[in-house]
Design a protein around this ligand. Structure first.
Ligand SMILES: [Zn+2]
Length: 489
């Protein structure tokens, strides 16, 4: 590994130009004397860089450590966790900004990283960092990111953030005049006048937004390895129809959920429709979905599979199911052909804020990455809503199935923390009693499925993300869901 000042690193330096001249002087003079010559992965050196970045060192030293990390080949998960921790907790805006940029550069196309940065975007107080993160996540140029930036344009308290969001949407996503007009209608002066002038500027210019692609599903925290799949990659997909169960308004202003099914034959489409209604009733029986029902639209697309059921490769059962959903051992279920899912969902004619996949199969299973996927039957109401919690609001599991100790940094999930010091906790303002469930809100050790120690959840057992049969999300999860509704509509 060598440390050089060229190429991509210049981008970082340019963005760090707000740092003092002393800082830059130290960077430029210190680099030649640092011996980054090791050609193999070196744990000790990584720990040294990590200590530099996490201690109260000068910004200059931290910049050097960041540059070294950027070019290194240390274990990718460790670097990402470190960068995420810096973006979340570092006091210097310049270092936060630099960490965000490197994180993006290292993980181009990772949906989890985009989601992490977007989560941070909403909380970030420093405008220069917000602007930088907006541009950074915009490079993903995928749909969920577009929606998040659009959410900022509509709802940020800062006119500067709104402006940055609007110009990013125009530059990176070809936002059209209709949407500028709509935004103006929802804005107050002086921003409203600014948007109206913008609208005039773009009037008459044909803007083709094109198709904004889907964000990538595979992430660093959720690396999916050694998948066993069926070989029948060619599946036939037929759409028998579509139906809108709830229409509360224009998709522009509402959260649109689209449900698609896999492993339903033409004769089983009536069963699919029943499952969709069961899911709708179950979801809107949970707060805050229940009280914000008027902010949703709810649709389904009848996807017809040639064969009933989905793939179970571990049992050597391979079927011709349209969306290629398959079980991956234990209770895991994944999608192998996400393009087919998006393609099917598009048939409803609106851009979905959340696509939900129901598998017609008796075997219990579910996951919640980019799309929540779960089987029908009794599993629908419990696991289904739990998985939607994962995919819609990036919630973590609050249950514990193993006895490992968590040793990482503050996790991305809003409902899990490593900080039991209330002043640093994500739910410091919610401690006490959950006014809705009556549960005690505090720090209960264990979570994220695997960890019995070293990570804390907000309630003992009173949350859908802990016990999927429990009827409510906890107050911390409800707040996260509310924030995503605000962001996505
Ligand atoms: Zn919860």
């Amino acid at each position: 590994m060598k440390l050089r000042i060229k190429g991509k690193k210049i981008e970082l330096l340019m963005l760090l130009k707000g740092a003092s001249k002393v800082v830059l002087f130290v960077i430029l003079t210190a680099i030649p004397s640092i011996a980054f010559s090791s050609s193999r992965v070196n744990d000790e050196r990584f720990l040294g860089l990590k200590n530099t970045l996490l201690s109260d060192n000068s910004d200059a030293l931290k910049v050097i450590a960041l540059l070294a990390l950027q070019e290194s080949d240390y274990d990718s998960n460790s670097i990402n966790t470190l960068l995420m921790s810096l973006v979340s907790n570092e006091r210097s805006p310049e270092i936060r900004k630099g960490a965000a940029i490197i994180l993006r550069n290292r993980n181009s196309g990772s949906f989890a990283v985009a989601m992490f940065l977007m989560e941070h975007l909403v909380r970030e107080q420093d405008l220069s960092v917000t602007g930088s993160i907006i541009r950074t996540v915009a490079k993903y140029n995928c749909f969920e990111v577009y929606r998040a930036i659009r959410g900022l344009a509509y709802s940020s308290n800062s006119i500067d953030v709104k402006r940055e969001a609007v110009y990013t949407l125009i530059d990176m996503f070809n936002m059209g005049v209709d949407e500028i007009r709509n935004l103006a209608d929802h804005s107050v002066e002086p921003f409203r006048s600014e948007l109206i002038s913008l609208e005039k500027m773009f009037m008459g210019r044909k803007i083709d937004r094109g198709i904004i692609t889907d964000c990538q599903v595979v992430s660093d925290n959720q690396t999916i390895t050694n998948l066993q799949t069926c070989d029948n990659t060619e599946a036939d997909m037929e759409i028998a129809g579509t139906h809108t169960y709830v229409r509360n308004g224009s998709p522009m202003n509402k959260v649109d959920i689209v449900v698609v099914g896999d492993g339903y034959t033409i004769g089983e489409i009536p069963r699919f429709r029943e499952d969709v209604v069961d899911l709708k009733n179950a979801l809107f029986d949970h707060e805050p979905f229940k009280s914000r029902f008027n902010e949703f639209n709810f649709h389904c697309v009848d996807v017809v599979s040639v064969e009933s059921g989905v793939d179970r490769p571990l049992e050597n059962i391979c079927r011709n199911n349209a969306l290629g959903v398959f079980y991956n051992g234990g209770t895991q279920m994944l999608i192998s052909r996400k393009d087919h899912v998006r393609q099917a969902a598009r048939r409803i004619g609106v851009n979905a804020d959340l696509i939900v996949v129901i598998a017609n199969d008796s075997k219990t299973g579910g996951t919640g990455f980019l799309y929540p996927v779960f089987n029908n039957g009794s599993n629908l109401k419990n696991t289904g809503v739990h998985e939607i919690g994962h995919s819609f609001a990036v919630l973590g599991d609050e249950y514990v199935q193993n006895s490992l100790t968590y040793e990482g940094f503050e996790p991305v999930w809003p409902n899990l923390t490593v900080h039991t010091d209330p002043s640093r906790s994500k739910w410091k303002d919610l401690l006490g009693t959950d006014p809705f469930t009556g549960a005690t809100v505090d720090f209960f050790e264990g979570g994220a499925g695997e960890f019995k120690y070293g990570i804390w959840r907000p309630t003992k057992n009173e949350c859908k993300m802990n016990v999927s049969g429990y009827s409510h999300f906890c107050i911390v999860c409800r707040r996260a869901i509310n924030r995503m509704i605000d962001l996505r509509k």
